[in-house]
Design a protein around this ligand. Sequence first.
Ligand code: CDP
Ligand code: CDP
Length: 210
Amino acid sequence: MTFTIAIDGPAAAGKGTLSRQIAEVYGFHHLDTGLTYRATAKALLDAGLPLDDEAIAAEIALGLDLSGLNREVLAKHEIGEAASRVAVMPAVRRALVEAQRAFAVREPGTVLDGRDIGTVVCPLAPVKLYVTASAQVRARRRYEEIVATGGAADYDAVFADVKKRDERDMGRRDSPLKPAEDAHLLDTSEMGIEAAFQAAKSIVDAALNK
Ligand code: CDP
Ligand code: CDP
């Protein structure tokens, strides 16, 4: 039997960083499910297709190859923004959730991070973490990331984007972002990367030793 760790939370909470660390320490496979929404959005943008035609977007989502996902290629801000628009359409979600579930059963274990892993994709996962931080802290992290990679950014604009993304992700009808009832809450507002990793690791260790 495989062992699945579900990690959810809002944009720039630290899900990706934590998921990569956890996957590495346990030798588990990792899937950043945000990339599946980003890749669908990018394929539509590249082909000049509309972002809000559910049938077209679902067809792209059905044809997606999970092995070709690359965070660097999909990192652009506009792609993240388009991804959150594509992600409101139920037919797109159905296609991507199916691919994510197929990934989740890989042996010996998997870590999936996103918005609806603990609530929809893997509701039976033995470990669920809801990673969060205040909108100010998350916007500051995003801002610093942009500056560190040589980009120009305005903190107030980044903050407004984070708030807008939160509203879209938490407010949509299909699979809104919210903690699963049995999720462990991890607020990293005042936590560095190592402290968050140690806190998560002790939760996973306890579940593995049950
Ligand atoms: O995947 P998600 O959008 O939730 O966040 P991330 O890409 O893992 O982290 C966003 C940024 O915050 C990265 O630059 C991390 O290095 C940073 N971070 C942090 O400063 N403190 C943490 N506890 C977690 C992440
Ligand atoms: O890196 P960041 O946290 O900003 O976003 P992401 O994880 O790359 O996800 C991009 C968008 O895809 C999110 O804003 C969500 O709207 C959507 N998404 C989703 O709906 N469900 C998931 N499991 C993962 C992402």
